[in-house]
Design a protein around this ligand. Structure first.
Ligand code: NAI
Length: 326
């Protein structure tokens, strides 16, 4: 179809936005033209105008239009895809409760605005942290949008896990399939090698080193964000934008045959994950819908890791319930 895909991006003047917008505009989601609708807080609108000047200067053939503003209902009007990137970072001396309530204010308002004005086919991907719980808050404040339309980003963790496994085994990343991130996009996440494959062979067996799996692989993936801050002086941005694109592209156009991806989506109770939590699962996607891969055997080691991360999500849910955000 040549009607532009209307894509909202929040936090558009931020670091991730500076990479994400140019990918979206240059056709990373396909040949269909896109209209970008960019939401920022008022003090960031001037910087955002500068970014829009640069978008103009790229003369992207697939960019059909750009609108910017600080009012969610105006910006989200008729959007088919909403990428919620803008969030409040944890400041010095800020407790977890402060972080949850600051973000709660953002994601309750944006959930309500999407509920009111988004297109009927809207898909909503949350990148801004704490991503799973922000998605839960937005979903809970948008009762007319099917719950399946919300997801939180664990694709960056998924891609990091693929990259680490490829480096360990000497295989190209294209040989790695069936990677799974379970649970929360946080240090408790569980990147699972027991179901992943390297050129069709079970990854845990191909690695053959439980010590590496437990004491190197898992912490390297889970703490990669911190390692990048340490090295770069600011948090991962281009890779987060790239993962946001991968997730949106696969959601809209389908995951590869014989493979799956990781997405944090509302739990139906699969794998013992409490119903209603936004938790990362192995999913396949097609025609704009996802479904959780069923029937994987979960051994005691994996069970313990999944349960620990899901317990953290349940705690965050309890905290935002307590704060009256959902
Ligand atoms: P940033 O601080 O550079 O940009 C965030 C932008 O959001 C700022 O321009 C700010 O003005 C804007 N913003 C704040 N409140 C807003 C609101 N109510 N409406 C619209 N815009 C608003 O941050 P960066 O580096 O771009 O990261 C964005 C978020 O993504 C952070 O929460 C970060 O923790 C998260 N992140 C998530 C990853 C994931 O894998 N899920 C990976 C990397 C970052």
């Amino acid at each position: 179809s040549s009607t532009p895909l209307k894509i909202a991006v929040t936090g558009a003047a931020g670091q991730i936005g500076y990479s994400l917008l140019f990918r979206l505009a240059s056709g990373a989601l396909g040949d269909r033209p896109v209209e970008l609708r960019l939401l920022e807080i008022t003090p960031a609108l001037k910087a955002l105008e500068g970014v829009v000047m640069e978008l103009d200067d790229c003369a992207f053939p697939t960019l059909a239009g750009v609108e910017i503003g600080d009012d969610a209902e105006t910006i989200f009007d008729g959007v088919n895809l909403a990428l919620l990137v803008g969030a409040k970072p944890r400041g010095p001396g800020m407790e977890r409760g402060d972080l949850l309530s600051a973000n709660g204010a953002i994601f309750t308002a944006q959930g309500k605005a999407l509920n009111k004005v988004a297109a009927d086919d809207v898909r909503i991907g949350v990148t801004g942290n704490p991503a799973n719980t922000n998605a839960l808050i937005a979903m809970s404040n948008a009762p007319d949008i099917p719950r399946e339309r919300f997801s939180a980003l664990t694709r960056l963790d998924h891609n990091r896990a693929i990259s680490q496994l490829a480096a360990k085994t000497g295989a190209p990343v294209t040989d790695i399939t069936k990677m799974t991130i379970w649970g929360n996009h946080s240090a408790t996440q569980y990147p699972d090698l027991f179901h992943a494959e390297v050129a069709g062979r079970n990854a845990a067996e191909a690695v053959g080193d439980q010590d590496w799996l437990e004491n190197t692989f898992i912490p390297t993936v889970a703490k990669r964000g911190a390692a990048i801050i340490e090295a770069r002086g600011s948090s991962s941005a281009a890779s987060a934008a790239s993962a946001t694109i991968d997730a949106a592209r696969d959601w809209l156009h389908g995951s590869a045959e014989g493979d799956w991806v990781s997405m944090a989506v509302v739990s139906d109770g699969s794998y013992g994950v409490q119903e209603g939590l936004i938790s990362s699962f192995p999913v396949t996607t097609s025609n704009g819908d996802w479904s959780i891969v069923q029937g994987l055997e979960i051994d005691d080691f994996s069970r313990g890791r999944i349960d620990a991360s899901v317990a953290e999500l349940a705690d965050e849910k309890a905290a935002v319930t307590e704060l009256g955000l959902i």
